[in-house]
Design a binder for this molecule. Structure first.
Ligand SMILES: Cc1cc2nc3c(=O)[nH]c(=O)nc-3n(C[C@H](O)[C@H](O)[C@H](O)COP(=O)(O)OP(=O)(O)OC[C@H]3O[C@@H](n4cnc5c(N)ncnc54)[C@H](O)[C@@H]3O)c2cc1C
Length: 611
């Protein structure tokens, strides 16, 4: 479609002074390697991963901010794999540590700014905010370009790319390109899934508008709008609001699973707003509730429903309930999940049955690369809640920790495909080990695949203070199965490689301890460790950088001629993964000295090596 054609409008200046003029809507053209549509956590991670691996990326996001359901517009906190030391690392942990350090009060605007800068700081990313993808141009069965309408500039942006990723949640590129997708629940027998209905249907999980409230020391009255839904105690069986929990965010005010969460989005918003204000009215004014909540004040109600489910692409592989249950040991594993199969009732708030069922799932289970690309539209990848999974499997893979890993995997795969001049399926055929190694180097854990470590370091002699030196090179960068796979030391300790043959290094990689178990605290404290608050109780505490993390360290190298060079000296490290890209020619000794943590006396380091 030629958007400039036929879009010529006549403008008349207001105030009578202007001349009659005519202007056509502009189309701005861009050419990149990889274009990501949708800037939730999956799209953000896809674009950043691709850009960091050398691809020129575009990120087209229809909202004014990044983060999708995690953004301040919707306000879901990021969940991921259950269980000890199963927390997602990679790009997501980098973001989380930025947030711990820079956003101690867990302010949503600051969180938005952290997501924004994560993309803005990448010179290889063209960021198109407020830009809604609404067209795609095909050539020989592949996507040639996508076009978005940017409402702030009244411009169309046409982005031509070699590869595309649909991270829009709603799979906007499915209707625009004809890529096949699934919608609704599969029949039990289709994939032998026990938690699916007997007959396939078009039911999904519904959408929700969330509320945030604040405990104060004074009383606050509340008058509901007339259109607020009237709520009764009987209606709230299975959905009892608990304002004493920081976890309360009213997620069960849910609608649309028995309708169409895309086509009916506007009417669903109206219904959900009525529920949200009705719920607050109930808590503030119901005779049985008002005394308990008299000091509570409403601080925020969303205007944009968060969507749980709509179209899921059909990719080279479709992950099923049984594969989740079996632990997902895939040769092409590129990510993992570990949330329960958290399936919601399609009638949402309108059923008197429980709003959801947590069907158990192992944690972690592997997710294969085949779930991330289309076989029909060959240059199309996808990441997020719309990957190739059944409804049952999706009820687990949909959480944002998992979506972020999927995004990082899709973006890294795209960068490799650009490098090798191949399609996503070419990565599956010929470069899957390299994709896995890249992800592992970038601190993405693959539960069924050991990380390959630097051959030069394996051949070097490793000596030093502390205990567990061998773990710095065991290819496992987190505690697993009773072994913490870490070197233990104290401030001032040094570890050192000696190389009998001089080595040329170009990067040093270290993995520190950001306390992946920072949620494994007593119930009350655990709640305070989520990335963001919902209910803000008077007892809410500021967050901080995990005390286990190394704050100050020094890396030095000695070269063949005896000269000593400082490779890195950090005094305010806030990240788990640190990679120092620096040329160290003819290195005979490489040393790391740990100077200080953010509080802990005992220090743990999971990896230290050079390549
Ligand atoms: C009420 C609710 C509660 C939930 N609870 C949790 C929870 O506690 N923890 C958790 O981890 N997960 C939770 N989830 C699930 C999780 O939020 C989603 O599965 C996840 O956000 C999906 O990530 P995504 O990146 O695929 O999509 P999204 O986060 O939806 O991001 C997609 C982005 O793409 C944009 N987009 C859409 N169409 C276009 C277009 N045409 N052009 C450009 N951009 C477009 C959207 O505006 C959006 O910003 C919840 C979901 C809901 C709705």
């Amino acid at each position: 479609m030629n958007w400039a054609e036929g879009s010529c409008i006549t403008e008349r200046e207001h105030g009578g002074g202007g001349e009659e003029s005519s202007v056509a809507l502009e189309t701005i053209c861009h050419e990149v390697d990889f274009c990501v549509v949708g800037g939730g956590l999956s799209g953000l991670c896809a674009a950043v991963a691709a850009a960091r691996h050398g691809a020129r990326a575009a990120l087209m996001q229809e909202r004014p901010m990044l983060g999708g359901n995690a953004s301040s517009e919707i306000r879901m906190w990021v969940c991921g794999a259950h269980g000890e030391s199963n927390r997602e690392a990679g790009l997501l942990e980098e973001i989380m540590m930025d947030n711990q350090y820079r956003n101690p009060d867990k302010n949503y605007s600051v969180w938005d700014s952290i997501l924004y800068e994560k993309v803005r700081n990448e010179p290889n990313i063209l960021l198109l905010l407020n830009c809604s993808c609404m067209d795609a141009e095909m050539q020989d069965g592949q996507i040639r370009s996508v076009t978005g309408w940017q409402m702030t500039t009244q411009q169309f942006h046409r982005v031509e790319a070699k590869l595309f990723a649909d991270c829009s949640g709603d799979s906007i590129l499915a209707p625009l390109t004809g890529a096949p997708f699934r919608l609704g629940r599969e029949a039990k027998k289709a994939f032998g899934e026990s938690i699916e209905p007997e007959e396939a249907d078009r039911c999904t999980m519904g959408s929700s508008i969330l509320l945030q409230a604040e405990e104060t020391t004074e009383e606050h009255a509340y008058t509901a709008p007339e259109w607020a839904e009237k709520m009764t105690r009987e209606q709230l069986v299975h959905r009892r609001p608990d304002m004493n929990s920081v976890m309360e965010n009213f997620w069960y005010l849910e609608a649309g699973g028995d309708r169409d969460t895309i086509r009916d989005a506007e009417t669903l918003r109206d219904e959900l707003l009525g529920m949200a204000y009705g719920m607050w009215d109930y808590l503030k004014n119901d005779p049985q509730e008002r005394e308990k909540h008299k000091n509570w004040k409403l601080s925020w109600v969303g205007m944009l429903p968060g969507k749980r489910e709509s179209r899921r692409y059909i990719g080279a592989h479709t992950l099923t309930e049984n594969e989740v249950l079996s632990g997902g040991d895939f040769d092409d594993e590129i990510a993992y999940g570990g949330w329960t199969m958290d399936d919601h009732h399609p009638a949402g708030f309108r059923t008197s049955e429980p709003p959801n069922i947590f069907h158990p799932a192992p944690s972690p289970y592997g997710i294969p690369y085949g779930c991330l690309y289309s076989e029909q539209v060959k240059n199309l990848l996808f990441a997020g809640r719309n990957i190739s999974v059944t409804h049952a499997a999706m009820s687990s893979t949909r959480v944002m920790g998992t979506c972020a890993l999927l995004g990082q995997a899709a973006g890294t795969a795209a960068a490799l495909a650009v490098r090798y001049g191949c399609l996503p399926e070419g990565i599956a055929r010929e470069h899957i080990r390299e994709l896995q190694a890249c992800l592992q180097w970038d601190d993405c854990f693959l539960p069924h695949h050991l990380r390959a470590v630097s051959p030069a370091c394996l051949q070097g002699e490793l000596t030093g203070d502390g205990d567990g030196l061998e773990h710095l090179l065991d290819g496992i960068d987190r505690p697993r199965e009773g072994n913490d796979h870490a070197w233990h030391g104290r401030a001032g300790d040094t570890v050192c490689y000696r190389f009998s043959r001089p080595q040329d290094f170009k990067a040093v990689r270290i993995v520190f301890d950001s306390d992946l178990n920072r949620d494994s605290l007593p119930e009350k404290e655990r709640e305070l460790k989520r990335n963001m608050f919902h209910n803000r109780l008077l007892s809410c505490e500021a967050s901080c950088v995990p005390p286990t993390l190394v704050r100050a360290y020094r890396i030095t190298a000695v070269t063949e001629d005896g000269s000593r060079v400082t490779v890195a000296e950090e005094n305010r490290n806030i990240h788990r993964l640190r990679v120092h890209t620096v040329q160290i020619p003819r290195c005979v000794r490489l040393e790391m000295t740990i100077l200080e943590t953010w509080g802990h006396e005992e220090i743990r380091v999971f990896a230290f090596e050079a390549v």
